[in-house]
Ligand binder design. Structure first.
Ligand code: CU
Length: 117
């Protein structure tokens, strides 16, 4: 009986935030700042890993790109970018300038309907 009571009190304690280990909201969560977007390009014209690396370099050097990963096997580039600094059209240009033909596979963003590819 008293054990039950103690358990109940403990549970209440958790809910009330007595135990810092129980609180996930204590961790700092990055919230407001321009949210990075992610876009996936299918890229035509790659013929080796060097091509993928060249595209990756070009993208990573481009303004507003936070991370770009290009895989030759998939012939895809996944680019995470700051939408306050650049956009999909600009990134497309970067890849075209590098000598390849990108087409957008999955633009990020919630406005254009949901997840059926
Ligand atoms: Cu190549």
């Amino acid at each position: 009986m008293s054990v039950r009571l103690a358990a109940a009190l403990l549970a209440l304690g958790c809910l009330g935030g007595w135990h810092t280990g129980c609180r996930s909201d204590v961790l700092p969560t990055p919230t407001v700042r321009a949210e990075p977007d992610v876009v996936t390009f299918a890229i035509a014209g790659m013929h080796c890993d060097g091509c993928a690396m060249a595209i990756g370099d070009a993208l990573n050097e481009a303004e507003g790109v936070e991370a770009a990963s290009v895989t030759f096997a998939d012939k895809r580039a996944v680019v995470r970018f700051d939408s306050a600094k650049t956009n999909v059209a600009a990134l497309t240009l970067v890849i075209e300038k590098a000598g390849y033909k990108p087409s957008v596979v999955a633009p990020a963003g919630g406005t254009s309907g949901s997840s059926t590819p």
